[in-house]
Design a protein around this ligand. Structure first.
Ligand code: PEP
Ligand code: MG
Length: 760
């Protein structure tokens, strides 16, 4: 096997040879996609290097440590990386790499800037996303730089996080190899992103966003791009909206570094792409979608008038369950049930009524899961479902949270779904409107939900930070793709409920370490995806009734009213052994370099609780100078005594309006009979928020909201006016909230400006 291969010499079946990245680049070149050319240093070259240089045993011996001991983990990483960085690379391998780079430059007639990227050979296995763990070196030029960057990529296979991840996910170090791709860097005069189909409805509509210079400005959202829509079937431009592109990013010809500069005046409001280019791109989008058989999220660029495709990956946010037109529609299309609009999107499918866990197997891909109320054990079936309809529950119940995060429609609290609907019926669920129709809704596919992917189509910059709520680690990537400014609430109870065993079960069985590792693994997935943006992780807050069905749940007390019962910080302080395990997990995450993890305490009602929690944190070795610790304001008691908390040194507060509303108004948030009285915009709730923000702003303490109300534009607008520091919304609502915040801020500035102006 050769040490280097041209990218065009490999294809999708060559993951073992050139890793996931290399294989997919080769595949694209072979089907005629204009990706920038280059070569790959094969996984075999790496294997030969470590074997022939005699370091192979040294590396794998060094890795035999307890990865849960941070000092040992870091020591192993340093040792293994050191071996790779210092060993002599056999002459033939080194020369193959250098020579291939020279050939590549000869082909293009200049000394090229290239990107040198790691491509782990197990990268694209399902459930094993190694992406981002190994290194990438951009703007390398000259054979010395290319060779050294290749070696650094090899060494990055043994970064501490990469080692931990493989052990955590059960991969043997010896079986994961690394290839390195060396690819020409495109010096783009214009670039951007493209969705080959509408990112939420899946309509055959190509959406293109374009700006001047390199693509980072569009991807990172630092510039408002032009926005074009093309009807893919008719190859017809449907709309063009031209933005004022204030800045652009370009590459310095000498250093290769990227520089942001003001866009020249004559380009600022000029349309970026000609009609021919828009159609050329959309034809490419069409080809990629047909090739992969699934809508694609594509990065593209033009260099010297030539189109390049830089990346193409599946859009994961399209509403599931919308089946093809050819499927026979049954029924009248009349509304047959109404409930709460819990998660946007429209899906048509066959009803499967689930009355117990024994029924879960009957839910097949795209079916509509109908049940009284979902439970954590139902999550695997929920993932297969096209939509969910429940009898019970409010907007913050289990079914609602899971559906929003996993991106499928849900209508909850219909009171009678399990009676009205029966197995085999075909229905259409409109989760954005809270309606269920009999049969297929004639216009179902054109009803436009505000689904998650809209979030990364466009990002205005806001002074008030817009963050995102996450409950399930598997939603981490979709959440990060919203380009939110951080995670304002990571609920760990969904992670724990997913384990099927109560925390007490682990403690009783002496399996505390295992429990801590589960916490570390789950939080890590989110903290990694957002790093360095802050991720506020909330300590456990699960009512006793939610634990009852789990192993160990028989020990849970039976409470008359679990909502007012033994949950949140009050329980953790009474069972400090559990709280200590959570703190151990946070400490580990910080030691692993995930310093963006902050801690948030739920259901606090007296400053004593905050004080006692801090003592436990310090006892567990957390450095409170370095880690942000804050409280949820979700009881009127916490709101009214906020000064005590400020004095005691909280770093931030976050309004848990789901609870604050129920405790202020005496309305059970999960009781559909009183849902009509439940309103986060009630003056009594708003007054508490206003009071807390005012006190915190005076004291320089950050304020945020992580209750469902933060996803409502009306509430977001009010909060900006009140002066909140950040708003954390659900994945599906981030884009809308960001727009609302941007507009509210502009209105405030405009008003201030006008007040300054003397009357004309
Ligand atoms: C809240 O109460 O608003 C909140 C975010 O917490 P949870 O919904 O998990 O109780
Ligand atoms: Mg709460």
């Amino acid at each position: 096997m050769a040490a280097v291969v041209w990218l065009e010499e490999v294809g999708k079946d060559d993951v073992a040879v050139v890793g996931g990245k290399g294989a997919s680049l080769g595949e694209m070149i072979n089907v005629g996609v204009p990706v920038p050319g280059g070569f790959a240093v094969t996984a075999q070259a790496y294997r030969d290097f470590i074997t022939r240089s005699g370091i192979v045993d040294g590396i794998f011996d060094a890795l035999k440590v307890d990865v849960h001991d941070p000092a040992a983990l870091n020591g192993a990483a340093e040792k293994a990386k050191g071996l790779v960085l210092e060993a002599k690379v056999p002459k033939d391998i080194e020369e193959a790499i250098r020579g291939r780079y020279r050939e590549m430059c000869d082909r293009e007639g200049e000394e090229l800037f290239v990107a040198v990227r790691s491509s782990a050979t197990a990268e694209d296995l399902p459930d094993a996303s190694f992406a981002g763990q190994q290194e990438t070196f951009l703007n390398m030029r000259g054979e010395d730089q290319v060779f050294e960057a290749t070696r650094k990529c090899w060494a990055s296979l043994y970064g501490a996080r990469a080692i931990f991840y493989r052990v955590d996910r059960g991969f043997e170090h010896e079986k994961v190899n690394i290839s390195v791709t060396v690819q020409k860097m495109v010096d783009a005069e214009k670039s951007g992103v493209m969705f080959s189909s509408h990112p939420t409805t899946g309509e055959p509509e190509v959406i293109i966003e374009a700006a001047w210079g390199l693509g980072e400005s569009v991807v990172s959202g630092s510039v408002s791009p032009d926005h074009y829509v093309v009807d893919r079937k008719g190859s017809r431009i449907v709309s063009k909206s031209i933005a004022a592109k204030e800045t652009m990013i370009f590459r310095d010809k000498k250093t290769g570094e990227t520089v942001t500069k003001k866009t020249p005046q004559d380009l600022r409001e000029k349309v970026v792409l000609s009609d021919e280019e828009i159609l050329e791109l959309s034809a490419q989008g069409d080809l990629l979608e047909r090739h992969y058989g699934i809508p694609q999220d594509i990065e593209w660029a033009y260099e010297k008038g030539k189109m390049f495709i830089l990346q193409s990956r599946p859009i994961t946010t399209i509403t599931k369950g919308v089946k093809g037109e050819d499927e026979a529609a049954k029924g009248s299309g009349e509304v047959i049930l109404t409930g709460l609009a819990a998660s946007p999107g429209v899906a048509t499918g066959e009803v499967k009524v689930v009355s117990g866990l024994g029924d879960l197997d009957k839910v097949k891909e795209g079916d509509i899961l109908v049940t009284v109320m979902t439970e954590p054990d139902m999550v695997p079936a929920m993932k297969r479902a096209g939509a969910i309809v429940t009898d019970e529950g409010g907007l913050t119940c289990h079914a609602a949270i899971v559906s929003r995060e996993l991106g499928f429609p849900a209508v909850v609290g219909t009171k009678s779904a399990t009676k009205t609907l029966s197995d085999g019926m075909v229905i259409t669920v409109d989760g954005g409107k809270g309606k269920v129709y009999e049969g297929r809704l004639k216009k179902a596919k054109s009803v436009e939900p505000t689904g998650p992917a809209v979030a990364f189509a466009y990002k205005p910059i806001t002074a008030t930070e817009v963050k995102v709520n996450v409950s399930m680690p598997e939603a981490a990537e979709a959440a990060a793709a919203t380009l939110a400014d951080g995670v304002g609430l990571l609920r760990i109870e969904h992670m724990i409920l997913g384990l099927g065993k109560t925390p007490r079960y682990y403690i009783k069985a002496g399996r505390e370490d295992e429990y801590v590792e589960e916490l570390v693994g789950g939080v890590m997935a989110v903290a990694e995806a957002f790093y360095p943006r802050p991720v506020w992780v909330r300590t456990l807050d699960a009512p006793t009734d939610e634990f009852r069905g789990m192993e160990g749940g028989e020990d849970e007390p039976s409470e008359h009213n679990p909502m007012l019962g033994w949950r949140g910080i009050r329980r953790d302080l009474e069972e400090p052994d559990h709280f200590r395990l959570e703190m151990r997990a946070f400490k580990k995450l910080h030691e692993m370099g995930l310093t963006n993890v902050g801690i948030m305490l739920p259901l606090v009602q007296h400053v004593n609780e905050f004080r006692r929690a801090k003592v436990l944190m310090v006892e567990e070795g957390l450095d409170l100078e370095k880690i942000d610790v804050g409280i949820m304001v979700e009881t009127p008691a916490a709101a009214l005594t906020i000064d005590d908390f400020i004095e005691d040194g909280i770093d931030f507060v976050s309004f848990g309006t789901n609870d604050l509303t129920q405790y202020t108004l005496a309305v059970d948030r999960n009781n559909e009979n009183v849902a009509g009285l439940y309103s986060e915009l009630h003056p009594a709730v708003l007054a508490q928020i206003e009071y807390v923000v005012e006190r915190c702003n005076k004291a320089g303490v950050a304020t945020s909201i992580c209750g469902q109300a933060g996803s409502y534009p009306e509430m977001a607008k009010r909060l900006v006016e009140i002066g909140i520091t950040s708003i954390s919304a659900n994945i599906d609502a981030v884009a809308t909230v960001r727009d609302t915040v941007a507009r509210a801020e502009k209105i405030i500035m405009l008003r201030a400006l006008r007040e300054d102006q003397p009357p004309a």
